[in-house]
Write a protein that binds this ligand. Structure first.
Ligand SMILES: Cc1ncc(COP(=O)(O)O)c(C=O)c1O
Length: 391
């Protein structure tokens, strides 16, 4: 009855089953995986809602790539942060989410069974985003050596006859690492020479821990490049469902890509009119909310450093909303995360994100500070072992 691509293993893994059990038993849990910005006590500007209820929102005049007014707001975002090669509205396509943007780009680039390269460790949704489009993922490793780096040698080795694109998450989730300028240049050259596309996911681009702005892939000119982002993270408004694709690279390829993307977008016309009318306000609202989130992340990183004990170390974080904790390997990460549920704390085991071995836990840095402090204390005590737990 059903397509093979949907024959997912629906059985909950041991951690999800244990979490479900703890929740249905009514246990109070400190959720250190909370990464929904609307649930962590931020203050939002309510004027962002005003354009949603204007009369213009009742008029329907769809444009496949998105209303010019909304695409201008996206272009203005890049104009404010980039020094050169600012995308024009003719190089921007709106989507409802970055996830939908991935689907459009996979549809554009890949035949069934083609491959795209993805970083490991990285974001678990990729498996679904790819398999729904009949695309296979091939991981390329990020290596940790005084910070995270793309292992260029392994990346090149992962390229095969069916590889169509290289995905870069900038900064990556959950490692928080930005692609370095040298890596961006090397990737551009490699992808240009091998006729591969770059797909750059920049949803966390504005969240550099040191506050310094990083270069966007939207200014990449060597290879055909699709830069994906959205207001779910940029303005902490995931419920509004507005994201985009910026197409850059060699003129002829970029023009051809835009023409084809326009047909894909026209088939769905998925972004709602009121949301597009409010795009400018959504972008204006980002300054206040980004400041709150950066302050929150910094406060939680300091708290984590303050509490560090026996053998637990956070890996370097350059940006984003997550911390990766290196913990002693006395049992599997899943086992440790399940034990932590008994202590009343939810964390993610590293294997959810494709870490190469046990010894990693992932926590969100946007949790409310009191919860974070209490939760991380329990995590560190449990992870560090019995002698410290009794102390
Ligand atoms: C790296 C990364 N890309 C994309 C997304 C999804 O963004 P959107 O809400 O726009 O689909 C997430 C969500 O957490 C993410 O972490």
């Amino acid at each position: 009855m059903f397509a093979e691509r949907t024959s997912w293993n629906m059985q909950p893994n041991r951690f999800s089953a244990a979490l479900e059990c703890a929740r249905s038993a009514g246990r109070e849990l400190l959720d250190l995986t909370e990464s929904n910005p609307t649930r962590v006590g931020l203050e939002y500007d309510t004027w962002v809602l005003e354009p949603l209820s204007t009369l213009a929102a009742l008029d329907y005049r769809p444009e496949a790539k998105g209303l010019v007014r909304a695409r201008e707001a996206v272009a203005a975002y890049y104009r404010e942060r980039e020094a050169q090669n600012i995308p024009g509205v003719d190089r921007i396509v709106l989507t409802t989410s970055t996830s939908e943007a991935y689907s459009f780009v996979f549809r554009l680039l890949c035949n069934p069974d083609d491959e795209v390269l993805v970083p490991a460790p990285s974001y678990p949704l990729f498996d679904f985003l790819a398999s729904i489009q009949d695309v296979h993922l091939r991981p390329y490793p990020l290596i940790y050596d005084h910070g995270w780096h793309i292992d260029m040698h392994s990346l090149k080795q992962a390229i095969g006859a069916r590889t169509r694109a290289v995905i870069v998450v900038h900064p990556n989730n959950p490692t928080g690492s930005f692609a370095k300028e040298k890596e961006i240049a090397a990737l551009g050259e490699l992808c240009r020479d091998l006729e591969l596309a770059i797909v750059a996911d920049e949803v966390f681009l504005d969240y550099a821990l040191d506050g310094k702005s990083r270069q966007s892939f939207s200014s990449e000119q060597q290879a055909l490049t699709f830069t994906l982002s959205g207001i779910s993270k940029i303005s902490a408004l995931p419920q509004m469902k507005l994201a985009w694709i910026v197409v850059s690279g060699p003129e002829e390829l970029a023009r051809e890509a835009m023409g084809r993307l326009e047909v894909i977008a026209d088939t769905y016309l998925s972004v709602s009119t009121p949301v597009q009318l409010a795009a400018r306000e959504f972008f204006s609202a980002r300054h206040s909310v980004q400041q709150q989130l950066r302050d929150r992340v910094r406060a939680n990183v300091s708290e984590l450093d303050r509490q560090l004990i026996g053998g637990c170390t956070p890996l370097d974080i350059e940006g984003g909303w997550y911390a990766v904790l290196r913990v002693p390997v006395t049992r599997s990460d899943e086992e440790l995360a399940i034990e932590l549920l008994d202590d009343g704390v939810i964390v993610h085991p590293g294997h959810f994100y494709d870490f190469p071995s046990d010894g990693y836990l992932v926590v969100s840095l946007i949790c409310e500070p009191e919860k974070f402090a209490e939760g991380i204390e329990r995590v560190l005590k449990r992870a560090a072992g019995p002698s410290l737990r009794s102390g």
